[in-house]
Design a binder for this molecule. Structure first.
Ligand code: AMP
Length: 513
Protein backbone atom coordinates (compact mmCIF):
# COMPACT_ATOMS: atom_id res chain seq x y z
CA UNK A 1 0.00 0.00 0.00
CA UNK A 2 1.45 3.36 -0.94
CA UNK A 3 0.34 5.75 1.79
CA UNK A 4 1.93 8.65 -0.08
CA UNK A 5 -0.47 8.32 -2.97
CA UNK A 6 -3.63 6.84 -1.65
CA UNK A 7 -4.07 7.55 1.99
CA UNK A 8 -7.87 7.49 1.91
CA UNK A 9 -8.70 6.00 5.29
CA UNK A 10 -11.46 3.86 3.79
CA UNK A 11 -9.00 2.29 1.33
CA UNK A 12 -6.71 1.51 4.27
CA UNK A 13 -9.51 0.02 6.39
CA UNK A 14 -10.60 -1.99 3.36
CA UNK A 15 -7.23 -3.77 3.24
CA UNK A 16 -8.39 -5.54 6.41
CA UNK A 17 -11.78 -6.70 5.08
CA UNK A 18 -11.94 -10.49 4.84
CA UNK A 19 -11.80 -12.36 1.53
CA UNK A 20 -15.24 -13.78 2.29
CA UNK A 21 -17.37 -10.68 1.79
CA UNK A 22 -20.51 -12.66 2.69
CA UNK A 23 -19.29 -13.04 6.27
CA UNK A 24 -21.10 -10.99 8.91
CA UNK A 25 -19.44 -7.64 9.59
CA UNK A 26 -22.10 -6.03 11.78
CA UNK A 27 -24.69 -7.87 13.82
CA UNK A 28 -27.58 -6.05 15.47
CA UNK A 29 -30.46 -7.63 17.40
CA UNK A 30 -32.58 -7.06 14.26
CA UNK A 31 -30.34 -8.00 11.33
CA UNK A 32 -26.87 -8.77 10.02
CA UNK A 33 -24.79 -6.71 7.59
CA UNK A 34 -22.14 -8.53 5.54
CA UNK A 35 -18.89 -6.99 4.32
CA UNK A 36 -20.56 -6.82 0.92
CA UNK A 37 -23.36 -4.78 2.51
CA UNK A 38 -20.78 -2.39 3.98
CA UNK A 39 -19.18 -1.89 0.57
CA UNK A 40 -22.51 -1.55 -1.25
CA UNK A 41 -24.30 0.71 1.25
CA UNK A 42 -21.33 3.02 1.78
CA UNK A 43 -20.86 2.93 -2.01
CA UNK A 44 -24.45 4.01 -2.66
CA UNK A 45 -24.27 6.86 -0.16
CA UNK A 46 -20.87 7.91 -1.55
CA UNK A 47 -22.37 7.91 -5.07
CA UNK A 48 -25.19 10.11 -3.80
CA UNK A 49 -22.74 12.49 -2.10
CA UNK A 50 -20.60 12.63 -5.26
CA UNK A 51 -23.70 13.45 -7.32
CA UNK A 52 -24.23 16.59 -5.22
CA UNK A 53 -21.04 18.02 -6.74
CA UNK A 54 -19.96 19.73 -3.53
CA UNK A 55 -16.25 20.61 -3.48
CA UNK A 56 -13.66 18.21 -2.06
CA UNK A 57 -13.25 18.89 1.63
CA UNK A 58 -16.85 20.06 2.10
CA UNK A 59 -18.28 19.11 5.50
CA UNK A 60 -21.05 16.59 6.08
CA UNK A 61 -22.58 17.38 9.49
CA UNK A 62 -24.46 14.50 11.08
CA UNK A 63 -26.66 14.47 14.17
CA UNK A 64 -28.38 11.10 14.16
CA UNK A 65 -28.97 8.15 16.47
CA UNK A 66 -26.52 5.28 16.25
CA UNK A 67 -27.28 2.75 13.52
CA UNK A 68 -25.24 0.69 11.06
CA UNK A 69 -26.46 3.08 8.35
CA UNK A 70 -24.96 6.00 10.31
CA UNK A 71 -21.62 4.19 10.19
CA UNK A 72 -22.12 3.67 6.44
CA UNK A 73 -22.67 7.43 6.10
CA UNK A 74 -19.34 8.02 7.84
CA UNK A 75 -17.55 5.56 5.55
CA UNK A 76 -19.29 7.05 2.50
CA UNK A 77 -18.10 10.53 3.49
CA UNK A 78 -14.51 9.24 3.62
CA UNK A 79 -14.92 7.46 0.29
CA UNK A 80 -16.28 10.60 -1.40
CA UNK A 81 -13.39 12.71 -0.08
CA UNK A 82 -15.62 14.86 2.12
CA UNK A 83 -15.16 15.72 5.79
CA UNK A 84 -17.29 14.02 8.44
CA UNK A 85 -18.62 16.11 11.30
CA UNK A 86 -20.50 14.08 13.90
CA UNK A 87 -22.59 15.87 16.51
CA UNK A 88 -23.62 14.58 19.90
CA UNK A 89 -27.28 13.61 19.79
CA UNK A 90 -27.82 15.43 23.08
CA UNK A 91 -27.15 18.86 21.54
CA UNK A 92 -30.10 21.24 21.31
CA UNK A 93 -30.98 23.64 18.52
CA UNK A 94 -28.87 26.54 19.82
CA UNK A 95 -25.82 24.30 20.17
CA UNK A 96 -26.28 22.75 16.73
CA UNK A 97 -26.67 26.27 15.34
CA UNK A 98 -23.20 27.15 16.63
CA UNK A 99 -21.60 24.09 15.03
CA UNK A 100 -23.35 24.57 11.68
CA UNK A 101 -22.44 28.26 11.66
CA UNK A 102 -18.82 27.50 12.49
CA UNK A 103 -18.27 24.52 10.20
CA UNK A 104 -20.51 25.65 7.30
CA UNK A 105 -21.33 22.14 6.12
CA UNK A 106 -22.60 21.58 2.58
CA UNK A 107 -24.65 18.57 3.70
CA UNK A 108 -26.58 18.09 6.95
CA UNK A 109 -28.15 14.84 8.09
CA UNK A 110 -30.54 14.84 11.06
CA UNK A 111 -33.31 12.67 12.44
CA UNK A 112 -36.86 12.90 11.11
CA UNK A 113 -37.93 14.20 14.54
CA UNK A 114 -35.43 17.07 14.39
CA UNK A 115 -36.13 18.00 10.76
CA UNK A 116 -38.69 20.66 11.73
CA UNK A 117 -36.02 22.87 13.33
CA UNK A 118 -32.85 21.44 11.85
CA UNK A 119 -33.66 21.84 8.16
CA UNK A 120 -34.40 25.60 8.31
CA UNK A 121 -31.40 26.07 10.59
CA UNK A 122 -29.12 24.16 8.20
CA UNK A 123 -30.41 26.14 5.22
CA UNK A 124 -29.95 29.42 7.08
CA UNK A 125 -26.33 28.44 7.74
CA UNK A 126 -25.81 27.73 4.05
CA UNK A 127 -26.21 23.95 3.78
CA UNK A 128 -27.52 23.13 0.30
CA UNK A 129 -28.54 19.55 1.11
CA UNK A 130 -30.46 18.23 4.10
CA UNK A 131 -31.38 14.58 4.63
CA UNK A 132 -32.83 12.53 7.44
CA UNK A 133 -31.69 9.24 8.92
CA UNK A 134 -33.42 7.46 11.77
CA UNK A 135 -32.29 4.84 14.26
CA UNK A 136 -33.99 2.13 12.18
CA UNK A 137 -31.92 3.08 9.12
CA UNK A 138 -34.91 4.74 7.39
CA UNK A 139 -35.12 8.29 6.14
CA UNK A 140 -34.60 10.47 3.10
CA UNK A 141 -30.86 9.76 2.99
CA UNK A 142 -31.26 6.05 2.39
CA UNK A 143 -34.20 6.63 0.03
CA UNK A 144 -32.08 9.00 -2.05
CA UNK A 145 -29.05 6.68 -1.92
CA UNK A 146 -31.10 3.67 -3.05
CA UNK A 147 -31.17 5.00 -6.61
CA UNK A 148 -27.39 5.31 -6.78
CA UNK A 149 -24.63 2.97 -7.86
CA UNK A 150 -23.32 0.73 -5.04
CA UNK A 151 -20.03 0.36 -6.92
CA UNK A 152 -18.18 3.53 -6.03
CA UNK A 153 -14.55 4.18 -6.78
CA UNK A 154 -13.19 5.54 -3.48
CA UNK A 155 -11.48 8.84 -4.24
CA UNK A 156 -7.76 9.21 -3.72
CA UNK A 157 -6.75 11.32 -0.74
CA UNK A 158 -3.42 12.45 0.64
CA UNK A 159 -2.49 11.66 4.24
CA UNK A 160 -2.72 15.39 5.02
CA UNK A 161 -6.28 15.76 3.68
CA UNK A 162 -9.02 16.26 6.25
CA UNK A 163 -11.21 13.27 7.08
CA UNK A 164 -13.19 14.51 10.06
CA UNK A 165 -13.78 17.40 12.41
CA UNK A 166 -14.58 16.50 16.00
CA UNK A 167 -15.85 19.28 18.18
CA UNK A 168 -14.28 18.86 21.59
CA UNK A 169 -16.69 18.14 24.37
CA UNK A 170 -15.01 20.99 26.27
CA UNK A 171 -17.10 22.00 29.23
CA UNK A 172 -15.81 25.58 29.29
CA UNK A 173 -15.26 28.13 26.54
CA UNK A 174 -16.19 27.78 22.90
CA UNK A 175 -16.18 24.26 21.59
CA UNK A 176 -13.30 23.83 19.14
CA UNK A 177 -13.33 21.72 15.98
CA UNK A 178 -10.35 19.36 15.98
CA UNK A 179 -9.31 18.74 12.35
CA UNK A 180 -8.25 15.13 11.83
CA UNK A 181 -6.58 13.97 8.64
CA UNK A 182 -6.77 10.63 6.88
CA UNK A 183 -3.15 10.14 7.98
CA UNK A 184 -3.92 10.88 11.64
CA UNK A 185 -6.73 8.35 11.80
CA UNK A 186 -4.97 5.68 9.75
CA UNK A 187 -1.75 5.81 11.77
CA UNK A 188 -3.66 5.36 15.03
CA UNK A 189 -5.78 2.51 13.67
CA UNK A 190 -2.74 0.66 12.27
CA UNK A 191 -0.80 1.07 15.53
CA UNK A 192 -3.67 -0.18 17.68
CA UNK A 193 -4.29 -3.15 15.39
CA UNK A 194 -0.89 -4.53 16.31
CA UNK A 195 -0.67 -3.24 19.88
CA UNK A 196 -4.01 -4.69 20.97
CA UNK A 197 -3.56 -7.85 18.88
CA UNK A 198 -6.73 -7.41 16.78
CA UNK A 199 -7.66 -10.63 14.95
CA UNK A 200 -10.07 -11.51 12.15
CA UNK A 201 -11.95 -13.84 14.50
CA UNK A 202 -12.49 -11.15 17.11
CA UNK A 203 -16.05 -10.22 18.00
CA UNK A 204 -16.35 -6.69 19.40
CA UNK A 205 -19.23 -5.67 21.63
CA UNK A 206 -19.88 -2.12 20.37
CA UNK A 207 -22.16 -0.14 22.70
CA UNK A 208 -20.43 3.25 22.50
CA UNK A 209 -21.91 6.30 20.80
CA UNK A 210 -20.46 7.04 17.35
CA UNK A 211 -20.24 10.83 17.58
CA UNK A 212 -17.03 10.56 19.59
CA UNK A 213 -13.44 9.38 19.03
CA UNK A 214 -13.93 6.30 21.22
CA UNK A 215 -16.84 4.61 19.44
CA UNK A 216 -16.37 6.04 15.94
CA UNK A 217 -12.61 5.74 15.54
CA UNK A 218 -11.03 3.48 18.14
CA UNK A 219 -13.72 0.80 18.23
CA UNK A 220 -15.08 0.88 14.66
CA UNK A 221 -11.74 1.36 12.89
CA UNK A 222 -10.26 -1.47 14.94
CA UNK A 223 -12.92 -3.98 13.92
CA UNK A 224 -13.04 -2.86 10.28
CA UNK A 225 -9.26 -2.96 9.88
CA UNK A 226 -9.13 -6.42 11.45
CA UNK A 227 -12.00 -7.75 9.35
CA UNK A 228 -13.68 -8.61 12.66
CA UNK A 229 -17.36 -8.76 13.52
CA UNK A 230 -19.06 -6.05 15.56
CA UNK A 231 -22.10 -6.67 17.70
CA UNK A 232 -23.73 -3.31 17.37
CA UNK A 233 -26.02 -2.03 20.11
CA UNK A 234 -27.43 1.50 20.11
CA UNK A 235 -26.26 2.20 23.67
CA UNK A 236 -25.17 0.63 26.92
CA UNK A 237 -27.77 -1.98 27.79
CA UNK A 238 -26.74 -4.40 30.52
CA UNK A 239 -29.31 -7.07 29.65
CA UNK A 240 -28.15 -7.09 26.03
CA UNK A 241 -24.50 -6.92 27.07
CA UNK A 242 -24.94 -9.99 29.26
CA UNK A 243 -26.71 -11.74 26.42
CA UNK A 244 -23.97 -11.05 23.86
CA UNK A 245 -20.81 -11.09 25.98
CA UNK A 246 -20.46 -14.90 25.96
CA UNK A 247 -19.99 -14.71 22.17
CA UNK A 248 -17.60 -11.75 22.26
CA UNK A 249 -13.82 -11.52 22.51
CA UNK A 250 -13.48 -7.79 22.98
CA UNK A 251 -15.34 -4.91 24.59
CA UNK A 252 -14.60 -1.20 24.80
CA UNK A 253 -16.30 1.04 27.28
CA UNK A 254 -16.11 4.15 29.37
CA UNK A 255 -15.60 3.41 33.08
CA UNK A 256 -19.33 3.68 33.78
CA UNK A 257 -19.92 0.58 31.62
CA UNK A 258 -17.68 -1.46 33.90
CA UNK A 259 -19.28 -0.09 37.05
CA UNK A 260 -22.70 -0.98 35.65
CA UNK A 261 -21.61 -4.52 34.72
CA UNK A 262 -20.27 -5.04 38.22
CA UNK A 263 -23.53 -3.80 39.72
CA UNK A 264 -25.33 -6.73 38.08
CA UNK A 265 -25.14 -10.04 39.95
CA UNK A 266 -25.36 -11.97 36.68
CA UNK A 267 -21.95 -10.66 35.60
CA UNK A 268 -19.39 -13.34 36.41
CA UNK A 269 -16.61 -15.46 34.92
CA UNK A 270 -18.80 -17.67 32.73
CA UNK A 271 -20.06 -14.61 30.85
CA UNK A 272 -16.46 -13.83 29.86
CA UNK A 273 -15.61 -17.32 28.60
CA UNK A 274 -14.50 -16.08 25.16
CA UNK A 275 -13.34 -12.61 26.12
CA UNK A 276 -9.71 -11.77 25.51
CA UNK A 277 -9.79 -8.04 26.25
CA UNK A 278 -11.81 -5.36 28.05
CA UNK A 279 -10.62 -1.83 27.25
CA UNK A 280 -11.51 1.29 29.22
CA UNK A 281 -10.96 4.94 28.39
CA UNK A 282 -12.36 8.48 27.95
CA UNK A 283 -12.38 9.01 31.73
CA UNK A 284 -10.35 7.65 34.65
CA UNK A 285 -11.08 4.10 35.74
CA UNK A 286 -11.15 3.80 39.53
CA UNK A 287 -8.57 1.43 40.99
CA UNK A 288 -11.42 -0.18 42.93
CA UNK A 289 -13.34 -0.90 39.75
CA UNK A 290 -10.21 -2.38 38.15
CA UNK A 291 -9.66 -4.69 41.15
CA UNK A 292 -13.28 -5.71 41.60
CA UNK A 293 -13.54 -6.48 37.89
CA UNK A 294 -10.45 -8.65 38.09
CA UNK A 295 -11.90 -10.55 41.03
CA UNK A 296 -15.32 -11.08 39.52
CA UNK A 297 -14.38 -11.88 35.92
CA UNK A 298 -10.78 -13.02 36.12
CA UNK A 299 -10.04 -10.40 33.44
CA UNK A 300 -7.68 -7.44 33.74
CA UNK A 301 -9.12 -4.28 32.19
CA UNK A 302 -6.70 -2.50 29.87
CA UNK A 303 -6.87 1.28 30.41
CA UNK A 304 -5.76 3.63 27.68
CA UNK A 305 -5.66 7.39 27.27
CA UNK A 306 -6.44 9.64 24.35
CA UNK A 307 -8.46 12.58 23.18
CA UNK A 308 -10.30 13.99 20.16
CA UNK A 309 -7.26 15.96 19.03
CA UNK A 310 -4.86 13.03 19.06
CA UNK A 311 -6.69 9.72 19.02
CA UNK A 312 -4.99 7.26 21.35
CA UNK A 313 -1.79 8.42 23.03
CA UNK A 314 -0.87 5.81 25.64
CA UNK A 315 -2.11 2.33 26.47
CA UNK A 316 -1.43 -0.25 29.11
CA UNK A 317 0.12 -3.23 27.33
CA UNK A 318 -1.92 -6.04 25.84
CA UNK A 319 1.10 -8.30 25.41
CA UNK A 320 2.42 -9.25 28.88
CA UNK A 321 5.94 -9.29 27.38
CA UNK A 322 5.64 -5.50 27.11
CA UNK A 323 4.67 -5.10 30.76
CA UNK A 324 1.79 -5.39 33.21
CA UNK A 325 -1.52 -3.51 33.12
CA UNK A 326 -1.23 -1.25 36.13
CA UNK A 327 -4.36 0.20 37.77
CA UNK A 328 -4.44 3.98 38.08
CA UNK A 329 -2.08 4.35 35.10
CA UNK A 330 -2.79 4.70 31.40
CA UNK A 331 0.39 2.91 30.36
CA UNK A 332 3.32 3.85 28.12
CA UNK A 333 3.14 5.93 24.92
CA UNK A 334 1.97 3.89 21.93
CA UNK A 335 4.64 2.90 19.40
CA UNK A 336 5.42 5.89 17.18
CA UNK A 337 3.89 8.35 19.67
CA UNK A 338 6.01 10.46 22.04
CA UNK A 339 4.80 11.73 25.42
CA UNK A 340 6.50 14.07 27.84
CA UNK A 341 5.60 15.71 31.15
CA UNK A 342 6.81 19.28 31.50
CA UNK A 343 6.68 22.30 33.83
CA UNK A 344 5.09 25.68 33.02
CA UNK A 345 8.16 26.59 30.93
CA UNK A 346 7.85 23.40 28.81
CA UNK A 347 10.92 21.89 30.48
CA UNK A 348 10.88 18.11 31.02
CA UNK A 349 10.24 16.96 34.59
CA UNK A 350 11.83 14.04 36.39
CA UNK A 351 9.76 10.86 36.81
CA UNK A 352 7.44 11.08 39.79
CA UNK A 353 6.83 14.83 39.36
CA UNK A 354 3.39 15.85 38.04
CA UNK A 355 3.21 18.36 35.19
CA UNK A 356 1.64 19.12 31.82
CA UNK A 357 1.27 16.20 29.42
CA UNK A 358 2.44 16.94 25.88
CA UNK A 359 2.34 14.66 22.87
CA UNK A 360 3.89 14.42 19.43
CA UNK A 361 3.31 11.93 16.62
CA UNK A 362 1.52 11.13 13.37
CA UNK A 363 -1.74 10.85 15.35
CA UNK A 364 -1.73 14.52 16.39
CA UNK A 365 -4.38 16.59 14.64
CA UNK A 366 -3.88 19.32 12.05
CA UNK A 367 -5.21 22.13 14.27
CA UNK A 368 -8.49 23.70 15.34
CA UNK A 369 -10.93 24.57 12.58
CA UNK A 370 -10.66 28.27 11.74
CA UNK A 371 -8.77 29.01 14.97
CA UNK A 372 -5.15 29.50 13.88
CA UNK A 373 -4.31 31.56 16.97
CA UNK A 374 -5.74 28.95 19.36
CA UNK A 375 -3.91 26.24 17.40
CA UNK A 376 -0.62 28.11 17.75
CA UNK A 377 -1.11 28.47 21.50
CA UNK A 378 -1.73 24.76 21.92
CA UNK A 379 1.56 23.71 20.30
CA UNK A 380 5.04 24.39 21.65
CA UNK A 381 7.65 25.97 19.39
CA UNK A 382 9.16 22.52 18.81
CA UNK A 383 5.86 20.93 17.79
CA UNK A 384 4.49 19.27 20.94
CA UNK A 385 0.73 19.45 21.49
CA UNK A 386 -0.40 20.62 24.93
CA UNK A 387 -3.06 18.12 25.96
CA UNK A 388 -4.33 20.19 28.91
CA UNK A 389 -3.99 17.11 31.10
CA UNK A 390 -1.82 16.95 34.19
CA UNK A 391 0.10 13.70 34.42
CA UNK A 392 3.05 12.00 35.98
CA UNK A 393 5.47 9.50 34.49
CA UNK A 394 6.49 6.67 36.79
CA UNK A 395 6.29 7.34 40.52
CA UNK A 396 6.17 4.97 43.45
CA UNK A 397 6.72 1.43 42.15
CA UNK A 398 5.59 2.36 38.61
CA UNK A 399 7.94 2.04 35.58
CA UNK A 400 9.22 5.42 34.35
CA UNK A 401 7.53 5.14 30.96
CA UNK A 402 4.02 4.61 32.41
CA UNK A 403 1.82 7.69 32.49
CA UNK A 404 -0.81 8.41 35.13
CA UNK A 405 -3.35 11.19 34.59
CA UNK A 406 -3.84 13.29 37.72
CA UNK A 407 -6.25 15.87 36.35
CA UNK A 408 -6.99 18.51 33.75
CA UNK A 409 -4.97 21.72 33.99
CA UNK A 410 -8.21 23.60 34.35
CA UNK A 411 -9.13 21.34 37.27
CA UNK A 412 -5.89 22.21 39.03
CA UNK A 413 -6.70 23.94 42.30
CA UNK A 414 -4.48 26.77 43.48
CA UNK A 415 -5.13 27.41 47.13
CA UNK A 416 -3.10 29.94 49.07
CA UNK A 417 -0.50 29.74 46.28
CA UNK A 418 -0.14 25.96 46.51
CA UNK A 419 -0.96 23.64 43.60
CA UNK A 420 -3.36 20.87 44.49
CA UNK A 421 -3.98 17.99 42.08
CA UNK A 422 -7.54 16.78 42.71
CA UNK A 423 -6.74 13.19 41.71
CA UNK A 424 -4.25 12.80 44.53
CA UNK A 425 -6.92 13.60 47.10
CA UNK A 426 -9.62 11.65 45.28
CA UNK A 427 -7.44 8.55 45.36
CA UNK A 428 -7.04 8.76 49.14
CA UNK A 429 -10.77 9.31 49.66
CA UNK A 430 -11.76 6.55 47.22
CA UNK A 431 -9.71 4.04 49.20
CA UNK A 432 -11.67 4.79 52.40
CA UNK A 433 -14.33 2.35 53.61
CA UNK A 434 -17.86 2.99 52.37
CA UNK A 435 -16.74 5.32 49.57
CA UNK A 436 -17.93 4.60 46.04
CA UNK A 437 -16.19 7.57 44.43
CA UNK A 438 -15.35 11.21 44.90
CA UNK A 439 -14.62 14.44 43.09
CA UNK A 440 -12.40 17.18 44.44
CA UNK A 441 -12.90 20.71 43.15
CA UNK A 442 -11.75 24.25 43.86
CA UNK A 443 -14.32 26.91 44.72
CA UNK A 444 -13.71 30.65 45.10
CA UNK A 445 -12.48 31.57 48.58
CA UNK A 446 -11.82 35.04 49.97
CA UNK A 447 -8.56 34.15 51.73
CA UNK A 448 -7.10 31.33 49.73
CA UNK A 449 -8.23 32.26 46.20
CA UNK A 450 -9.65 28.78 45.93
CA UNK A 451 -10.71 26.37 48.62
CA UNK A 452 -10.51 22.60 48.23
CA UNK A 453 -13.93 20.94 48.41
CA UNK A 454 -14.62 17.21 48.23
CA UNK A 455 -17.87 15.66 47.03
CA UNK A 456 -18.24 12.03 48.09
CA UNK A 457 -20.64 9.36 46.86
CA UNK A 458 -21.09 6.59 49.45
CA UNK A 459 -21.47 2.97 48.33
CA UNK A 460 -25.03 1.66 48.21
CA UNK A 461 -26.12 0.88 51.77
CA UNK A 462 -22.97 2.38 53.33
CA UNK A 463 -22.69 5.53 55.40
CA UNK A 464 -19.73 7.85 55.21
CA UNK A 465 -18.83 10.07 58.13
CA UNK A 466 -17.43 13.37 56.85
CA UNK A 467 -15.52 13.99 60.08
CA UNK A 468 -13.83 10.59 59.84
CA UNK A 469 -12.89 11.28 56.22
CA UNK A 470 -11.37 14.60 57.24
CA UNK A 471 -9.40 12.98 60.04
CA UNK A 472 -8.14 10.34 57.62
CA UNK A 473 -7.08 12.95 55.07
CA UNK A 474 -5.29 15.01 57.71
CA UNK A 475 -3.24 11.97 58.60
CA UNK A 476 -2.22 11.32 54.99
CA UNK A 477 -1.95 14.68 53.26
CA UNK A 478 -0.29 18.04 53.68
CA UNK A 479 -2.64 20.50 55.34
CA UNK A 480 -3.16 22.71 52.30
CA UNK A 481 -4.54 19.71 50.38
CA UNK A 482 -7.13 18.79 53.02
CA UNK A 483 -10.62 19.85 51.87
CA UNK A 484 -12.18 22.78 53.67
CA UNK A 485 -15.56 21.17 53.14
CA UNK A 486 -16.87 17.69 52.50
CA UNK A 487 -20.24 17.09 50.87
CA UNK A 488 -22.06 13.81 50.42
CA UNK A 489 -23.98 13.20 47.19
CA UNK A 490 -25.98 10.36 45.63
CA UNK A 491 -24.11 10.57 42.33
CA UNK A 492 -21.60 12.71 40.44
CA UNK A 493 -22.81 14.60 37.35
CA UNK A 494 -21.37 12.94 34.23
CA UNK A 495 -21.56 13.62 30.50
CA UNK A 496 -22.34 10.93 27.93
CA UNK A 497 -18.71 9.84 27.78
CA UNK A 498 -18.63 9.17 31.51
CA UNK A 499 -16.57 12.26 32.34
CA UNK A 500 -17.36 13.88 35.68
CA UNK A 501 -18.60 17.41 34.99
CA UNK A 502 -16.54 19.31 37.50
CA UNK A 503 -17.82 22.62 36.17
CA UNK A 504 -21.32 21.58 37.29
CA UNK A 505 -19.98 20.72 40.76
CA UNK A 506 -18.05 23.98 40.95
CA UNK A 507 -21.26 25.90 40.24
CA UNK A 508 -23.25 23.81 42.69
CA UNK A 509 -20.86 24.33 45.58
CA UNK A 510 -19.52 27.77 44.65
CA UNK A 511 -21.55 29.72 47.14
CA UNK A 512 -20.85 27.48 50.06
CA UNK A 513 -17.53 28.77 51.34
P1 AMP B 1 -12.27 13.71 24.52
O1 AMP B 1 -11.54 14.60 23.58
O2 AMP B 1 -13.71 14.01 24.69
O3 AMP B 1 -12.02 12.27 24.21
O4 AMP B 1 -11.64 13.96 25.97
C1 AMP B 1 -10.28 13.73 26.17
C2 AMP B 1 -9.95 13.85 27.63
O5 AMP B 1 -10.51 12.75 28.35
C3 AMP B 1 -8.46 13.73 27.89
O6 AMP B 1 -7.79 14.95 27.65
C4 AMP B 1 -8.45 13.32 29.34
O7 AMP B 1 -8.65 14.45 30.18
C5 AMP B 1 -9.67 12.43 29.45
N1 AMP B 1 -9.31 11.01 29.39
C6 AMP B 1 -9.36 10.17 28.34
N2 AMP B 1 -8.97 8.93 28.69
C7 AMP B 1 -8.65 8.99 30.01
C8 AMP B 1 -8.17 8.04 30.96
N3 AMP B 1 -7.97 6.76 30.66
N4 AMP B 1 -7.95 8.49 32.22
C9 AMP B 1 -8.14 9.77 32.55
N5 AMP B 1 -8.61 10.70 31.71
C10 AMP B 1 -8.86 10.32 30.44
Amino acid sequence: MNLEHDANLYAILQTGFPADRQAVAIETPERNYSWDDIEALSGQIASLLASLRVPAGARVAVQVEKSPEALMLYLATLRAGLVYLPLNTAYHEAEVGYFLGDAEPAVVVCTEAARGWCEPLARAKGAAHVYTLDADGQGSLMRAAAGHDPAFQTVTRAATDLAAILYTSGTTGRSKGAMLTHGNLASNALTLKTYWGWRADDVLLHMLPIFHVHGLFVASHGALLAGARMIWLPRLDIDQALRYLPRCTLMMGVPTYYVRLLADARFERTVCGHMRLFISGSAPLLVDTFREFQQRSGMTILERYGMSETGMITSNPYDPARGARLPGTVGPALPGVAVRVVDDADQGLAPGTPGHVQVRGPNVFAGYWRMPEKTRQEFTADGWFRTGDIGVLGGAGIPDDYLSIVGRSKDLIITGGYNVYPKEIEMVIDAMPGVQESAVIGVPHADFGEAVVAVIVPRAGATVDAAAVLAGLKADLANFKVPKQIHLADALPRNTMGKVQKNVLRQQYAGLS
